[in-house]
Design a protein around this ligand. Structure first.
Ligand SMILES: [Zn+2]
Length: 186
């Protein structure tokens, strides 16, 4: 995506949903989060609302429900299992009352330092981004993901991106993998 488009779509829209920033991950993930919260992803129900003629608007992953942003990124069975694993990795429980917008915002249910909250938020954004990328790989390339591979990919990618950008402290890979709770109060 060009910078011109990036800057255009990052301007807050009429409903004043504030733009979330997190400089621990690449800009493309920040843009994805903005689009997801605005429901501006090329998801079947959103395309349908905009008059695109579609054969079906059912979820291409599970076929159990219509495809919405919240369904695909959060409630689709595979996505929810992945979120559960990611929360478990951080010693937390995922709530089924969340929306994507809340999930990507600051988590006020747990006490964290400012840096810790930013790291945890960045991890959640990486998770959502990779779930969306996987959805597209399934739709366009018929490639499937499974939970262990997904979790590993989220752990590796989030570490690669965050450790490089987090200046306050060196993030140790072994701790990242086995006791990330240590980072909530860095
Ligand atoms: Zn589904």
């Amino acid at each position: 995506m060009s910078d011109a488009i990036n800057s255009k779509i990052l301007v807050p829209g009429p409903n004043r949903l504030e733009t979330l920033k997190n400089n621990l991950i690449p800009k493309k993930v920040e843009v994805f989060v903005w689009r997801a919260r605005k429901k501006r992803l090329a998801i079947l129900t959103e395309l349908d609302k905009r008059g695109v003629d579609l054969h079906s608007i059912r979820c291409p992953i599970c076929d159990d429900d219509v495809e919405t942003v919240d369904h695909t990124l959060l409630f689709c069975k595979q996505a929810f299992d992945i979120w559960s694993k990611v929360f478990e990795w951080w010693g937390l429980n995922v709530s089924s009352n969340l929306s994507v917008s809340e999930l990507f915002g600051k988590d006020s249910s747990i006490t964290m330092s400012e840096s810790g909250a930013k790291i945890w938020q960045a991890v959640k954004w990486v998770c959502g981004y990779l779930i969306w990328r996987n959805r597209n790989q399934k739709v366009f390339k018929n490639k499937c993901w499974n939970i262990p591979v997904a979790l590993n990919e989220i752990q590796v990618t989030s570490y690669d991106w965050i450790a490089k950008r987090f200046k306050a402290k060196t993030l140790d890979w072994h701790r990242w993998l086995h006791s990330p709770q240590e980072f909530v109060n860095v």
